[in-house]
Design a protein around this ligand. Structure first.
Ligand code: ATP
Length: 310
């Protein structure tokens, strides 16, 4: 299977500081991915690395199988629309003129009808002749979305696109993004601090902290947390366990494991009984929100959420 985007062992250092650490992930076409994490987790840096702004210090980023830094191509960049940091527009041009300028600048052939259609899609038809400087924050965000899809890209990278919007605006953006995937088969990677908001649209969630993806999950409601006492194990076996899909090892010592999964106990045991000898297993439900807080909790040392044997 060719993935739209593949991140392979991506590390990014900026000014001698490690900002992204060993990031590995494959993004499929036609899905919405939610990137979650606190301030400074590395979400924007991850989006910028896919956009071609931050070259990995080591590792590779592939777009449709092409390495975007080793085989750079304008054609790849044309396939990516983005809102990263505040979208810049010309204050003294109207919304319609701003989009026309964007199209010309990117050598996109267009007719006024297309601009009208874009403005209509983001709910700005009535404001099309307003100067950009005279629009509200919500309107500016919508203009960002209009511009990001103007060149009909395969991939949208959106950094907190609902920042500053009221609840109605947030709902509208949500609906627009779902429509973009359903009607135009785009892939969207959207970052946010807000689990509940992103949970409403994302097919898959990526939790980040300290430059690492600490958990990925498709399940959008409750997960099972397994606390497992094991007969003394070794690093190799635990690595094998971590490679199983649908299982996240969130804590491990040679005799104890914590695993998060959507699987029920018999299914999980079917996988891990082949690898480890279990003494005792306990299961409890955990909401994604509690899991997120648990992983980010300052009371837990970073080593606790590392995947290696301590
Ligand atoms: N150009 C840069 N120069 C130096 N440090 C940077 C630069 N860009 C990002 N960083 C640092 O990288 C880390 C990750 O920042 P990033 O913006 O990716 O986090 P984030 O998860 O998007 O945070 P937020 O939710 O606050 O937007 C932070 O510690 C930040 O200070």
């Amino acid at each position: 299977m060719t993935y739209l985007i593949e991140l392979k062992d991506v590390n990014i250092d900026i000014k001698k500081k490690q900002i992204l650490k060993e990031v590995n992930f494959k993004f499929e076409k036609g899905k919405i991915y939610g990137l979650l994490g606190p301030n400074g987790a590395g979400k924007t840096t991850l989006l910028k690395s896919i956009l071609g702004v931050f070259k990995p210090t080591s590792g590779d980023i592939l777009f449709n199988g092409h390495n975007i830094y080793r085989q750079p191509s304008m054609n790849i960049m044309k396939e990516i629309g983005s809102i990263i940091e505040f979208p810049g527009f010309y204050a003294n041009l109207t919304l319609s003129e701003n989009l026309a300028l964007h199209m010309s600048y990117h050598r996109i052939k267009y007719r006024q009808e297309q601009i009208d259609k874009l403005l209509n899609f983001v709910g700005l038809s009535k404001q099309k002749d307003k100067l950009f400087s005279q629009t509200s924050l919500g309107m500016k965000q919508r203009m960002g979305i209009a511009r990001s899809i103007a060149n009909d890209p395969q991939l949208l990278l959106l950094d907190e696109p609902t920042n500053g919007l009221d609840p109605q605006g947030i709902k509208q953006v949500r609906e627009m993004l779902i429509q973009e995937v359903e009607l135009n088969d785009r892939t969207i990677i959207v970052s946010s601090h807000l689990l509940n908001e992103i949970n409403l649209i994302a097919d898959q969630l990526l939790f980040m902290n300290n430059g690492e993806i600490i958990l990925t999950t498709e399940n959008k409601e409750e997960m099972n947390l397994f606390e497992i006492q094991i007969v003394q194990s070794d690093e190799e076996k635990l690595e094998e366990l971590q490679r199983l899909s649908g299982i996240e090892v969130i804590k491990s010592t040679p005799t104890y494991l914590e695993i998060i999964t959507a699987m029920e106990e018999p299914e999980l045991l079917g996988y891990i009984n082949n690898i480890l000898q279990i003494r005792e297993i306990k299961c409890s439900n955990i909401s994604l929100e509690d899991l997120y807080l648990y992983l980010l909790s300052e009371s837990r040392s970073e080593e606790d959420v590392q995947y290696a044997i301590s």
